[in-house]
Design a binder for this molecule. Structure first.
Ligand SMILES: Cc1cc2nc3c(=O)[nH]c(=O)nc-3n(C[C@H](O)[C@H](O)[C@H](O)COP(=O)(O)O)c2cc1C
Ligand code: SF4
Length: 528
């Protein structure tokens, strides 16, 4: 069993006196619609990559067997399984022996011979973007660790997987834990971290045990611990179980929780924990799926890996489809190579008989809803084109251009059997429950929105309540400490904007008159 050190005894916990030296970064890694910056950094990384000779030769990588999958759980022909290659295999188990037999830890061996900067350079050149929600370029984030830093650097794997509609990381953890460990160890080599954590939510006890066992196995074989594979590089990885709060997925809330405190997200700036994170030291926080990609980038070489997917939206990603489709589940696809229509109709078997698509929430419950009958403009200049919801390519940039986001990859499909007030109320109930309560607009506003949609669902709302609902959401958006504010405001803002008539149809105009009637008001107050 891996046990993490108490923070008070942690030998790597630094003196915090020099914290003011940590530089601030001007962007927030949790805000999805930020520009993908640092082009010059990426360009220099590309040339750096082409100059180097340390990329693994193909012959260094052991051949791996062709997987066979459990009956009924075979990947769809439109999938391209890289991260989920070993998920649902009948010829597979999560042991280290099986992983090594299939070519596991070969990329770690190759990475040990590389310069750390070359690993980061490869990740930058590959164009890997974070799979945790914001789609921020991973290599660029790693590059934010202050140069000439004298404090310890930490790496944290965010396995909190809390976003409603998202269920991918848990399968990697349960079925292929060594893939994650190998990705993490290589990432630690890149950022020179000697202590790393996997922060996993309490609801995944089996996942935590599987990871702890995998860590022990890796240590026994010298892939982890002191002097990894004789390289002189030491690394410990600890599994830290959270208490099961959505806000612990927000990276600064996570860090506070890991430090043993209440998980109140930190005030920004600094925008990135890479500048000031765990114990106020440079810290890289990455999602499970993101960290797994790192080993495949080294295995294929950045150039080959970047040919997967579409420009600026490279690689594969796992889409989790839930809601009103015949075959909900996880589908690993090349980013941007599959449209919403292909995903829903071809891969997920379409909608139920007699049902029509009403809306899709494309990137987890925080993402703005897309109406089935909307048109969207994607592409710029001469390449701009108008498309329907069915033709939206499932990638970061296209979904942002359509006014929503790819987020955590949770695609929630809503057919015409669902009252929109019921869907929004469900989402609002989640956010009202999960607000950490640190800032007033979010704490009060999330509960207020939930109470209003409770009334809409119960038929006790007045038409003007819909305006109030919208006003509350707009007064949260942009006025909070962390991106939870947007996460809880965007569903309401977009649902009201796009389904105002339906929401008003669920209200009772007579309630408006009741607002002037003290007796009715008292009765309504009792109903809340
Ligand atoms: C309220 C909230 C919840 C979040 N939950 C998760 C989560 O469960 N898992 C995750 O990887 N990222 C989550 N994030 C995003 C993280 O803060 C962070 O951006 C991410 O872990 C970075 O990893 P990436 O760059 O690999 O995507 C959440 C963000 C917010 C604002
Ligand atoms: S926005 Fe909400 S979740 Fe984030 S710090 Fe403020 S109260 Fe907490």
């Amino acid at each position: 069993m891996s046990e993490e050190p108490e923070s008070a005894d942690n030998p790597e916990m630094p003196d915090q006196a020099n914290d003011s030296e940590a530089p601030d970064q001007p962007v927030n890694s949790d805000t999805p619609e930020q520009p993908v910056e640092a082009e010059s950094t990426e360009q220099s990384a590309e040339s750096e990559l082409s100059d180097r000779e340390t990329e693994p030769e193909e012959s260094e990588v052991r051949p791996v067997s062709e997987p066979t999958y459990l009956s009924g759980r075979e990947p769809h022909p439109m999938e391209r399984r890289i991260i989920f290659r070993n998920v649902d295999r009948e010829d597979w188990d999560p042991s280290l022996d099986r992983y090594v037999e299939d070519g596991g830890y070969e990329q770690l061996k190759a990475a040990i011979g590389m310069e750390p900067g070359d690993i980061t350079g490869a990740v930058k050149a590959a164009g890997l973007r974070g799979r945790g929600g914001a789609g921020f370029p991973t290599g660029v984030k790693w590059g934010f660790i202050p140069p000439h830093n004298e404090k310890p650097v930490y790496l944290i794997c965010n396995a909190d997987e809390s976003e409603p509609g998202t269920f991918k990381d848990r399968y990697i953890i349960h079925q292929d834990p060594h893939q994650l460990l190998e990705g993490m160890i290589i990432s630690c080599l890149a950022v020179d971290a000697h202590l790393a954590y996997i922060y996993i939510r309490e609801e995944f006890p089996e996942g935590a045990k599987t990871l702890e066992k995998a860590i022990e196995e890796a240590k026994e074989k010298g892939f982890l611990g002191k002097d990894i594979l004789g390289s002189g590089f030491d690394l410990e990885i600890y599994v830290h179980r959270g208490a099961g709060a959505y806000i612990c997925g927000e990276e600064t809330g996570l860090i506070e929780s890991l430090e043993g405190k209440r998980p109140y997200p930190r005030i920004k700036p600094p925008y990135f924990p890479a500048a000031m994170g765990l114990y106020l030291c440079p810290t890289i926080v990455n999602n499970v799926e993101t960290l797994c990609h790192v080993k495949h980038i080294l295995a294929m070489g950045a150039e080959e890996w970047s040919k997967i997917g579409t420009p600026n939206n490279t690689g594969t990603r796992i889409l989790c489809v839930s809601g009103d489709v015949r075959q909900p589940g996880y589908y690993e696809v090349e980013v941007g190579k599959v449209t919403m229509g292909q995903l829903i109709n071809d891969m997920c078997g379409g909608l139920r008989d007699g049902r029509e698509l009403k809306a899709v929430i494309p990137g987890g419950s925080s993402a703005k809803v897309l109406r089935a009958d909307e048109t969207f403009t994607i592409g710029r200049g001469d390449e701009a084109r108008e498309i329907s919801i069915w033709d939206i390519p499932m990638d970061f940039d296209s979904l942002a251009a359509c006014g929503s986001m790819a987020g955590s990859g949770g695609v929630i499909v809503i057919d015409d059997s669902r009252p929109i007030s019921w869907v929004l109320n469900n989402i609002n109930a989640f956010y009202a429950h999960e607000s950490c309560g640190q800032c007033t607009p979010c704490r009060e506003g999330s509960l207020w929105m939930k109470k209003i949609t409770d009334r809409v669902v119960a038929g006790n709302a007045s038409p003007s309540d819909i305006d109030t609902l919208e006003g509350v959401a707009r007064n949260i958006d942009g006025r909070t400490i962390c991106a939870f504010g947007e996460a809880c405001a965007w569903p309401t803002e977009s649902f009201v904007e796009k389904f105002r008539d339906e929401l008003i149809g669920d209200t009772d105009p007579e309630m408006e008159d009741d607002l002037l009637n003290p007796e009715a008001l008292t009765a309504a107050a009792h109903l809340q």
